[in-house]
Write a protein that binds this ligand. Sequence first.
Ligand code: ZN
Ligand code: ZN
Length: 372
Amino acid sequence: MSKRDYYEVLGLDKDASVDDIKKAYRKLARKYHPDVNSEEGAEEKFKEVKEAYDTLSDPQKKSNYDRFGHADPNQGFGGAGGGAGDFGGFGDIFDMFFGGGRRDPNAPRQGADLQYTMTLTFKEAAFGKETEIEIPREEECQTCDGSGAKPGTNPETCTKCGGTGQLNIEQNTPFGRVVNRRACDRCQGSGQMIKEKCTTCGGRGTIKRNKKINITVPAGVDYGQQVRVAGEGEAGVNGGPPGDLFVVFNVQSHEFFERDGDDVYCEMPLTFAQAALGDEIEVPTLRGKVKLKIPAGTQTGTNFRLRGKGIANVHGRGQGDQHVKVQVITPKKLDERQKELIREFSELSGDDQVEEQHQNFFEKVKRAFKGD
Ligand SMILES: [Zn+2]
Ligand SMILES: [Zn+2]
């Protein structure tokens, strides 16, 4: 038997939205789920529906299916569904759509995590710092201790849903009895009724406040890295723990230093005389200037390494290096006397004066001019 088209299985057009797919699946899953439908063939139907849904609800699988159909080489034979007989209990279908935590609205829930982006200068990132930030966040209302009820009163259990926040609506269909669960309309799924609302928070139990928090920026932190400040996120619900605060770092560039991991890179200008005769120059580092010996005959583009002059590793694993690349600067403005000396120098250094290691280079250039 050839496999039916997944869209056909769910009774949908190819351009069905994510919502359409969910709705169609819910409807059909309820109809054919073996817990509610004992008719012959219902189980097969349910498996077929589940397989279609598993594929079409996964963007990657859906796009493969849209392109290749059942012939998708990436998809094992009949691989989208679970093994035979492997379907969760009836309640699982609802958990999927309502979220497990929603089943008991009075259960403690952790507060949401917060993210804060902190921009650091190049040096702040290298050395770290102590700083204070101010973030707006939901905090437990002090007036009502988070209950949302006016002090002296208590939230009451919702009489319509008995505090569960959900209503089970039973329906008899030609295929069997179906239980349809939805959020209680009286308490909006909270399971509680607040007769007199706390005037400070308007019954929400939390209020938005700007909170000052001390942040320790570790030395050596880099762009995109983050630190977690436990418990400084949004307040929890129903006595649940607060969420966490994540501080994500953005690091500004520097006009002289560049960074790659823990290593620092910079360029230093050399005069022609310094490069030819050698010299000792001063190089700025993150911790002040250091002396660097330039050997006679240094070429432009040569790299020197200053060990341990880079950035401290953020995980405490040593210290990076500083790499210094020298650029020999060709003079632009020369007076007559200087020009004369350079001409004289040039005459003295004919072809045979070109250093051995550069002979090959000059030869290559000559051959290129000849068109070889
Ligand atoms: Zn209710
Ligand atoms: Zn309050």
